[in-house]
Design a protein around this ligand. Structure first.
Ligand SMILES: CC(C)(COP(=O)(O)OP(=O)(O)OC[C@H]1O[C@@H](n2cnc3c(N)ncnc32)[C@H](O)[C@@H]1OP(=O)(O)O)[C@@H](O)C(=O)NCCC(=O)NCCS
Length: 176
């Protein structure tokens, strides 16, 4: 459990008793159901890593959530890398450092677990502050050429080496 820069906010691994509250936060953050459904579906895939599905809590209340799941990097052979998605903070609590705390803690745990690489499809203005940069420049390609290069980013962790190259294959739940 980690205290964040936001007073009273703790980040820790999600528990099944929180799944309904998490779905409400994710739906409220995105303003639609798709991402909450994605979270539920990802829990049913082999890529789900309970230690890397994190909630931010104030008291007993869930105010944010992030998931890092295994996806396939198809190069000379298939290897697992992490995808960061989705991340959500309850609308009333946004811009208070909670999203940053969730992502930083996830990246710290991923590094400790010996994960080599994290990819994200997201806003090019948001993720570089965590160290993400162009995936393509690292030889890591998106599953579809329709994905804009600037939005497909990667972050190497300590276990990374330059052999991690290829095309990222997402499980069907992502719909990409
Ligand atoms: C994106 C989201 C998770 C960020 O969480 P948050 O708690 O509001 O973000 P933080 O307060 O930790 O902000 C971290 C940094 O990002 C910036 N930031 C926050 N929201 C931003 C946005 N929409 N666009 C650009 N920058 C943003 C903050 O200013 C802050 O910058 P700083 O470190 O230079 O001060 C949250 O706004 C959210 O749930 N949005 C709706 C769902 C979504 O779009 N998820 C991301 C796509 S998967």
């Amino acid at each position: 459990m980690t205290a964040t820069g936001t007073p009273g906010v703790l980040v820790r691994a999600e528990e099944p008793r929180q799944f309904a509250a998490i779905a409400r936060v994710v739906e409220a953050a995105f303003g639609k159901r798709d991402e909450a459904r994605l979270v539920a579906e990802l829990r049913e895939t082999g890529g789900y890593i309970p230690a890397l599905a994190l909630v931010a809590e104030t008291g007993a209340e869930v105010v944010g959530h992030v998931m890092f799941t295994h996806v396939t990097l198809r190069g000379d052979r298939d290897r697992a890398v992490l995808a960061l998605a989705p991340v959500a903070v309850r609308p009333g609590e946004q811009r208070a450092g909670i999203g940053k705390a969730l992502i930083r803690e996830g990246l710290r745990i991923a590094d400790e677990l010996g994960e080599p690489l994290v990819v994200v499809l997201g806003h090019p203005a948001y993720y570089p502050k965590f160290g993400f940069s162009s995936a393509r420049a690292m030889g890591v390609r998106p599953p579809s050429d329709e994905m804009p290069d600037a939005a497909f980013m990667a972050l190497p962790l300590r276990a990374y080496d330059k052999s991690y190259r290829g095309t990222v294959i997402y499980p069907p739940a992502f719909g990409v």
